[in-house]
Design a protein around this ligand. Structure first.
Ligand code: SF4
Length: 209
């Protein structure tokens, strides 16, 4: 029987991997914990990567003159440039990633329902949007499945996530086997367009977009 391939999944580090939240806490998520034996997790904490300490004062997203800023009110620091630079560098370094599980509602990792303030005033009323890191992830990987830990509690979304990450891992293994000529050539001659090859070809096209 073939070895079952493990998907590569980038995960917010505070979801059970380190006490890196702004308050020095960790979030123990049951689904992430149960997935550990079956997935190659790649934990990352964008806020500590840009030099913020643990614990740290909270940061928020401000929309000012049509641009989004990552801002720490207590220190009056604008962290936008550091976060954009780190995110670009980090995403460029990733190889063969099959999906993302990010922490909900964080100004860095949140994929939606993140507070965006339209004024630097502390009592400003927020609207909802995406976190800085999550937004860059979505732009770079529009074809990958990106969820937060609260989304994984929904059965349909969880099944969709599992199906996609395990299928992608399987395709990668098949692609590697073809390169290493483990895919029987007789099969290709008998059927020049096997389903797996067509799917891999589509996947590669999307990855290269
Ligand atoms: S939500 Fe993201 S930035 Fe915030 S502590 Fe967790 S991993 Fe770090």
């Amino acid at each position: 029987m073939n070895k079952f391939p493990k998907p590569n999944v980038v995960v917010s580090k505070c979801l059970g991997f380190a006490r890196c939240r702004y308050d020095g806490k960790i979030v123990f998520d049951t689904i992430v914990r149960r997935l550990r034996p079956f997935v190659n997790f790649i934990p990352v904490c964008p806020e500590t990567e840009i030099g913020l300490g643990i614990p740290r004062d909270t940061i928020r997203i401000i929309s000012y003159r049509g641009k989004l800023h990552l801002y720490q009110p207590s220190t009056d620091k604008d962290l936008t440039r550091q976060m954009i630079q780190f995110t670009k560098r980090y995403l460029a370094s990733l190889k063969d990633v099959d999906g993302f599980i990010l922490k909900s509602r964080s100004p860095s990792c949140g994929i939606n329902h993140v507070k965006i303030y339209y004024s630097y005033q502390l009592n400003a009323k927020p609207k909802m949007g995406k976190g800085f890191f999550a937004s860059a992830v979505k732009n770079k990987y529009p074809y990958l499945v990106i969820v937060d830990e609260s989304g994984l509690k929904n059965l349909a979304r969880r099944e969709n996530f599992f199906t996609k990450i395990f299928s992608l891992a399987r395709f990668r293994m098949l692609e590697r086997d073809i390169k290493e000529s483990k895919y029987p050539l007789s099969k290709i001659f008998l059927n020049p367009f096997p389903k797996e090859l067509i799917e891999i070809s589509d996947l590669r096209k999307n990855r290269n977009k």
